[in-house]
Design a protein around this ligand. Structure first.
Ligand code: HEC
Length: 278
């Protein structure tokens, strides 16, 4: 019996949940952060905002030279112009956001108790357009990513500050995002955590896997592979596909809840978006 237990434990087959007490988001965050700081004891907490470059010295130098002439600079310019260009009714995006939309990204996504759902920055950019009689933008790239990049840029240096209000609906959204992160899926039967937690720092094909801690600080991201900017939901879709799972739609409830959990796990980390990645 003892030997069998040891084998099961080695294979990670023992799920330790004798009492089914739900961990609070605060407890989750503490455990999540501790996992990564223990796994990478030489990486200072704030450095996790740099993704794979925090844990892989070889690619870090390459990346630092890319950041000297950031490929997303033009996107920030375009985003700023779009952000400040009045709609046909004369109003601008600034009218839809707290503080005129400047330096607020650290509070996103948030749970909107009035509508009972998670609101992301991109969702509110399009809600703002609709409210002002404009057509919504496509979700994953293009103008929406440019505007989001500009808004992220004005929030650089602010600490991620996602709030889970004391509301059963907010908790349910958080739990659904957590479930997405830890559930195995696709033909490869792998979870986000299998790659970005338990194998962070390890190689999968040509890539070193980034730690999930700090994943959300730098979106939208300019990816060389995309030849442009993309939102975090574009990335979620790509990662779902990697395990041969049909992705959810960008801004679906599923991905908004995932972003809620995923970003909450990086609370306290400074924003540094937009970012540049391979
Ligand atoms: C089969 C392994 C695998 C799985 C499963 C996977 N990813 Fe990824 N993911 C990658 C690889 C490879 C990259 C590119 C290298 C890197 O930054 O980790 C990546 C990149 C990312 C990035 C960008 C990191 C950055 O610094 O910009 C995010 C965010 C991300 N994944 C989130 C997720 C989420 C959320 C899930 C679950 C829905 C998931 N991934 C599932 C392999 C995986």
């Amino acid at each position: 019996m003892k030997r069998l237990l040891t084998i099961a434990a080695t294979l990670g087959l023992l799920t330790v949940s004798p009492v089914a007490v739900q961990a609070s988001p605060q407890q989750d965050l503490k455990a999540f952060r501790a996992y990564f700081t223990k796994r990478f004891p030489d990486v200072p907490l704030q450095d996790f905002a740099n993704g794979v470059y925090a844990v892989d010295k070889a690619s870090r130098e390459q990346w630092e030279s890319i950041e000297e002439f950031p490929p997303y600079e033009l996107n920030i310019e375009k985003g700023k112009k779009l952000f400040n260009t009045p709609f046909k009714n004369g109003k601008t995006y600034a009218s839809c956001f707290p503080n005129g939309g400047i330096g607020i990204k650290q509070n996103y996504p948030y749970f909107d108790t009035a509508s009972g759902q998670v609101k992301t920055l991109e969702l509110e950019i399009n809600e703002c357009r609709k409210k002002n009689g404009e057509k919504p933008l496509k979700w994953k790239k293009g103008a929406i990513a440019d505007i989001s990049a500009y808004m992220a840029y004005t929030s650089r240096g602010k600490k991620t500050n996602v709030v889970i209000p004391d509301d059963p609906a907010a908790m349910a959204a958080y739990e659904s995002g957590k479930q997405h992160f830890y559930a195995k899926r696709g033909q490869l039967n792998m979870s986000c955590a299998d790659c970005h937690q338990y194998n962070a720092g390890n190689r999968v094909r040509a890539d070193i896997l980034s730690p999930a801690l700090g994943h959300t600080t730098h979106f939208p991201v300019y990816r060389s592979k995309w030849g442009g900017l993309g939102t975090i939901h574009r990335r979620y879709g790509g990662c779902n596909k990697q395990v041969r799972f049909k992705p959810f739609k960008a801004q679906s409830e599923e991905y908004r809840n995932l972003e809620y959990f995923h970003t909450y796990m990086s609370n306290g980390l400074k924003l540094n978006g937009p970012g540049a990645r391979k």
